[in-house]
Write a protein of this length. Structure first.
Length: 250
């Protein structure tokens, strides 16, 4: 395999302002791709794009609030307009609101479901016409081990990630004959800012204490898994990668 296996490919990464999204964008650029960067925090996107350009890569910044499904579709269209195509879509943006079901803030959970699931669906939907026309494309959806195993306090989050897993398999079966590949990545505990979103203090304290007791995955570890998926030859579709820290039991 070439050390630049994604040369001439165009990718879009949501949630690119930090964590897994930022690491994935850097990995894709290092592999030769041109990358469209999507997130709410325009200043962080600008900083990341500057670093990419300094290193000789090419990046487009597309600030957007993906809670709006129209924005989720707009960024795909803008990337296609700028580069003439979109080969790889990385649906990574998401939040994790953990709290007991009985006292859950349903407004907060509604926003989580809209971002984690509906936004991902909207971006995928927008990418399909171009991918189908070219008979080429790859959609990668970032889920979680919470989409495989539900624990107390994770009802809404697990519902969203089970939704991502189910949607991904349905999408794969709808588009495989068009030579479009679909992969779902399910990481366990990752050392990112995701746990900062948890508003329920006892739950946040408990999960932080649990995570601090293990060697957590790094964003770069997940980015490497994503790069592995999108670097395979066209006849190979890595459908699913479930990955945990060595120290994580469940």
């Amino acid at each position: 395999m070439s050390h630049r296996p994604l040369a001439s490919r165009v990718a879009l990464v949501t949630g690119a302002s930090s964590g897994i999204g930022e690491a994935t964008a850097l990995a894709l650029v290092a592999a030769g791709a041109r990358v469209a960067l999507v997130a709410r925090r325009a200043d962080r996107l600008a900083d990341l794009a500057a670093r990419i350009r300094t290193a000789g890569g090419e990046a487009l910044t597309l600030p957007a609030d993906l809670l709006d499904e129209h924005e989720a579709q707009r960024v795909v269209r803008e990337a296609e307009t700028r580069y003439g195509r979109l080969d790889i879509l990385i649906n990574n943006a998401g939040v994790m609101y953990l709290e007991p079901i009985e006292s859950a803030d349903l407004g907060r959970w509604r926003r989580m479901l809209e971002l984690n699931v509906l936004s991902l669906i909207a971006s995928s939907q927008a990418a399909l016409p171009g991918m189908r026309a070219r008979r080429d494309g790859h959609i990668v959806n970032v889920a979680s081990t919470a989409g495989r195993q539900a624990n107390p306090g994770s009802g809404g989050y697990s519902a969203s990630k089970w939704g991502v897993v189910g949607f991904s398999e349905s999408l794969r079966r709808e588009v495989y004959q068009d030579n479009i590949r679909v992969s779902v990545i399910e990481p366990g505990v990752v050392e990112t800012e995701l746990r900062e979103h948890i508003a329920h203090a006892p739950t946040q304290q408990a999960i932080n204490a649990w995570a601090d007791g293990m060697r957590q995955l790094k964003s770069e570890d997940v980015a490497s898994a994503i790069l592995y998926c999108v670097s395979q030859p066209a006849h190979v579709n890595i459908n699913e990668i479930l990955m945990r820290p060595t120290d994580q039991e469940r």
